[in-house]
Design a protein around this ligand. Structure first.
Ligand SMILES: Nc1ncnc2c1ncn2[C@@H]1O[C@H](COP(=O)(O)OP(=O)(O)OP(=O)(O)O)[C@@H](O)[C@H]1O
Length: 628
């Protein structure tokens, strides 16, 4: 522009072009360097805070993590999402954005004041430029900065939402199809929509915006057009003072000022919020565990474990955090070192809850637990946990390879492939794992690290790559139990286990697999204290050193099988229900055997399964169960 008033020489053009090229090269080099450096910095910050987050989260015990106040403090979705830069980076970005906006604002104001300083209405013009974003901010609700609760009680809207949920969620699809209710849902949805009429279902922000008064809208609009009015008034009173180009400059500067102020007010969170985000990052490290750690080491050195742990409950009661009801109520018993105890009782009687107290997942609300005569709480928690193996009803497979799923049983040791394969055979998982294409290297639910974007149709090359991705592998409930059992066998093989607690790990196994698993677990005893929870009365209960019979959180009976049978109490009642059921089933099957000759094979199989279960009740410990 400045060249316009002068004669243009070839040299000036070359000079201008070369200056422009140098500036472009300089800015590209600088910005690519900054971007690369920013990416490195972002990664370092993100992973640093992730690592400390992982450390702090793993430190927290179960009752602490279940405390809603603690959860709301530390489990923000941002801090746990892997692909996201994390709160730390956002906090830094927030600070950076704010500092940049403030610097921009200072520069723009300095320029504007310099330009209009000598004008008659100059100061008023600057004041109104600054006022505009404040006025807009005051009249607009900023949902990012505000707390809000939008809730609808409109029955037709709720009905539409519920019906939409019904058809959009896969878990209902089977029932909708098999009950053929699709047409009914469609009709109901249309009816609810008709009844709803034109009632707004907009997001709160839009509803608020629609209510803004015309006067306020006018004031904001007028202030936004201020440079134009200012220019007109100035040209009217002193036409010589303003050049046409000044208006464009004023217009641009005023808009930039308004933009900077608005971004300071609105863009990122306020300084105190940024400070709070940083504080939140350390929230987990400040949370105190509800379970206090002990100081005594537990004798678990490899090779030195000769006897199992002696465990004693003294008037123990336990209520889950947030629950009103006692899961365990005034329970006292002792299981001697190396003994085998069996806990029986109806559903919800407190059996699994007792096991959760053994390794201090929770502490009793009342009473004391002693291990080898000393309070459980006096031992180091990590030592106690390393000295026990607990096999429960459900262990969801970890999202790592099947090999690692088993190897996690001995986290502190170098586990060889042979160790894993042996444990898999012992846990009954070997057969199903070896049938999988990738065997022990299979990951059941592989992590999807793909980020794919395309327009309208997926390119063929993308499809090919998608096909190559590892697909999830589904395993049955029984196979999942075998996998968990294999992990426990590996743990038992490590030589540090003094107490093995087994909580109905065979609920999804077939009778043959159940028998074999329990048999192998008993073989692994070697002086360890073993506590089984079971609903099945068989060899376990018959030959247990002691049986604890639970009912509604109370220990109602304790003794050996013959003592409790002689008592004719709760244990006898439960035993008789099962024994009679088997007797009845066998009679009925025998009848069917005669009546339905056409399905002979099937009836035979049912008979054999039942016989196998019956054999577990009747046969002595060392007897071999006949192959079905
Ligand atoms: N996490 C929990 N929070 C609150 N209450 C719980 C929790 N887990 C279990 N309970 C309650 O504690 C009581 C005892 O449950 P527990 O799981 O110990 O029974 P159980 O005898 O092992 O039952 P099952 O034979 O069905 O496994 C039940 O009333 C149950 O509802």
């Amino acid at each position: 522009m400045r060249l316009m008033g002068h004669q243009i020489s070839g040299f000036s053009i070359l000079y201008a072009v070369s200056r422009q090229i140098s500036l472009t090269v300089f800015s590209v080099v600088v910005s690519s360097w900054v971007e690369r450096y920013e990416s490195v910095l972002r990664n370092r910050i993100k992973f640093h805070f992730m690592e400390s987050g992982i450390e702090h989260l793993l430190r927290l015990d179960l009752p602490t993590l279940q405390d809603p106040e603690v959860r709301s403090k530390i489990l923000s979705p941002n801090s746990l999402a892997f692909d996201n830069p994390g709160d730390a980076w956002f906090a830094l970005e927030g600070l950076k954005a704010k500092a940049t906006s403030i610097l921009d604002l200072i520069t723009q104001c300095t320029f504007l004041i310099g330009t209009v300083r000598n004008q008659r209405l100059g100061p008023i013009f600057v004041a109104m430029c600054v006022a505009q974003p404040f006025l807009t901010d005051l009249t607009e609700i900023d949902l990012w900065r505000s707390s809000y609760f939008q809730h609808s009680q409109n029955e037709y809207f709720l009905r539409m939402k519920a019906l939409y949920g019904l058809i959009s969620k896969p878990q209902f699809r089977r029932d909708i199809l098999s009950d053929d209710v699709g047409h009914f849902i469609k009709r109901e949805f249309r009816q609810a929509r008709f009844n709803l009429g034109d009632t707004s279902t907009d997001h709160l922000g839009l509803q608020w915006k629609a209510q803004k008064s015309v006067i306020l809208r006018l004031a904001c609009a007028f202030l936004a057009e201020l440079p134009m009015f200012f220019f007109c008034i100035q040209s009217f009173f002193s036409p010589k003072n303003l050049a046409a180009s000044s208006m464009t400059i004023l217009q641009q500067t005023a808009m930039s000022i308004q933009w900077s102020i608005r971004s300071i007010l609105k863009d990122s969170s306020s300084i105190s919020e940024v400070a709070t985000s940083f504080k939140d990052l350390y929230a987990a490290s400040e949370v105190e565990n509800k379970l206090k750690d002990g100081y005594l080491p537990c004798p678990i050195d490899k090779g030195k474990v000769e006897f199992g742990a002696e465990i004693e409950f003294c008037h123990v009661s336990f209520t889950y955090p947030g629950s009103m009801q006692k899961a365990i109520n005034d329970v006292s018993f002792r299981v001697g070192a190396g003994q085998m105890a069996v806990i029986v009782g109806v559903n919800g009687s407190g059996k699994s809850s007792m096991i959760k107290l053994f390794n201090r997942l929770y502490d009793p609300t009342d009473g004391k637990i002693l291990v080898d005569g000393l309070p459980l709480q006096s031992y180091k928690i990590s030592d106690i946990r390393r000295s026990m193996a607990i096999l429960c009803q459900e262990h969801p497979p970890y999202p790592v390879s099947l090999r690692d799923n088993i190897a996690f049983g001995l986290p502190d040791e170098e586990v060889t492939d042979e160790d894993v394969e042996l444990a898999a055979r012992q846990g009954g998982a070997s057969d199903f794992i070896l049938k999988l294409q990738k065997g022990f290297k299979t990951t059941l639910d592989p992590v999807d690290a793909t980020n794919c974007h395309y327009h309208s149709k997926m390119p063929a090359a993308f499809k090919e790559l998608m096909e190559k991705k590892e697909k999830p592998t589904a395993i049955s409930g029984g196979e999942s139990q075998r996998l968990a059992a294999s992990r426990t066998f590996l743990r038992l093989g490590g030589g540090n286990i003094r107490l093995l607690a087994v909580d109905e790990p065979t609920s999804a196994l077939d009778p043959q697999a159940e028998y074999e698993l329990l048999q192998r677990l008993r073989e692994q005893r070697e002086g360890k204290t073993v506590i089984f929870i079971t609903h099945r009365f068989g060899n376990l209960t018959k030959y247990a050193d002691t049986i604890l019979c639970m009912k509604a959180g109370h220990l109602v009976e304790q003794g050996t099988h013959s003592e409790l049978m002689a008592k004719q109490g709760e244990y006898y009642r439960l035993h008789e229900i099962q024994a009679q059921a088997f007797a009845k089933d066998l009679e009925i099957d025998a009848d069917e055997f005669h009546i339905r000759g056409d399905s002979l094979d099937m009836v035979k199989q049912i008979q054999e399964m039942k016989l196998l279960q019956a054999a577990q009740i009747l046969l002595p410990t060392d007897s071999k169960v006949p192959d079905p």
